[in-house]
Unconditional design. Structure first.
Length: 291
């Protein structure tokens, strides 16, 4: 599938998510949200891609980067199968000329961590995400990785798989036995993983991204404003709590020498005014309100 067709498919998939999965996702997932997500992934159109007229409005961005699609995967009753199904839709034949350059592996049980790991896709041409457990990779994911055979990130010596999160070494060994060039970004907590991903992407690009999306860990609903901001801003993702800024978040902000553009998609119930004032030491802070 060429890039034009992917852009067209993105429009259809994005519309499907809005229609079938809805914009507002609860984290952790409620029953209704999981049913909406499963309705999206069980819909016939996801298995038989349609070409539609128009564009998704993204400049060169693949549908695998869409936060709404990732949210739908994470909310599905079986996130592993949902991610595999999406991958099989996007890369139909699994040939060398029709495969992602990298696959990001994350644990779907750690939803904030999986979202932080997804920002690694901003630095790939056409990467995607699959899911693993902490100690073992599900068979469905392994089969899909073998089918895809990612081409590898040229900037990272051909790395094909990046496992990000609280993932045991035995998972890495399992992947390497399959002949997959695998790296691990190890971190137990979401805020630590977000900081590690920020450092990794800064290494890839040669500098830290000035745009920083500051997600509130204490806010359960993933609102439309949060998803829209993640879609529109190719910035780094870091975490805060209502009355507390984690050490890893401070460390990432200090690398930017006070020149950050910080976006907070959340109300005062999610991120307090005190935290907002502390963040202002590191740059301009914009609070994005919404449902």
């Amino acid at each position: 599938m060429n890039r034009t067709n992917r852009s067209l498919l993105s429009a259809f998939l994005f519309l499907s998510v809005s229609l079938y999965a809805g914009w507002s996702f609860v984290w952790p997932a409620g029953v209704a949200d999981a049913e909406r997500a499963d309705m999206f992934f069980s819909h016939d159109s996801i298995q038989q891609p349609k070409v539609v007229n128009g564009s998704d409005g993204q400049t060169g961005r693949d549908p695998s980067l869409d936060p709404s699609l990732l949210s739908a995967m994470l909310l599905a009753k079986d996130p592993v199968q949902a991610a595999v199904q999406f991958s099989r839709t996007l890369w139909l034949d699994g040939s060398m000329n029709n495969s992602p350059d990298v696959v990001i592996l994350a644990d779907p049980q750690d939803k904030p961590g999986a979202l932080a790991a997804s920002r690694l896709l901003l630095f790939s041409k056409n990467g995607t995400m699959l899911f693993t457990g902490k100690y073992v990779t599900p068979e469905a994911t392994l089969i899909e990785l073998v089918r895809l055979r990612p081409s590898g990130l040229a900037s990272q010596s051909g790395v094909q798989v990046i496992a990000a999160g609280d993932i045991h070494q035995r998972v890495i060994d399992q992947l390497r036995r399959l002949g997959l060039r695998t790296e691990r970004i190890q971190a137990a907590a979401p805020e630590a993983l977000a900081g590690a991903v920020d450092a990794y992407t800064a290494q890839l690009s040669g500098k830290h991204n000035r745009a920083v999306i500051m997600l509130p860990l204490d806010q359960k609903p993933f609102s439309s404003s949060m998803l829209h901001l993640l879609k529109e801003k190719e910035g780094s993702l870091l975490f805060v709590k209502r009355f507390f800024i984690p050490r890893e978040t401070f460390q990432a902000l200090e690398q930017r020498d006070g020149g950050s553009n910080i976006y907070i998609p959340g109300s005062l119930e999610a991120v307090s005014k005190q935290v907002e004032r502390r963040l202002q030491r590191y740059g301009e802070v914009t609070r994005i309100s919404g449902d």
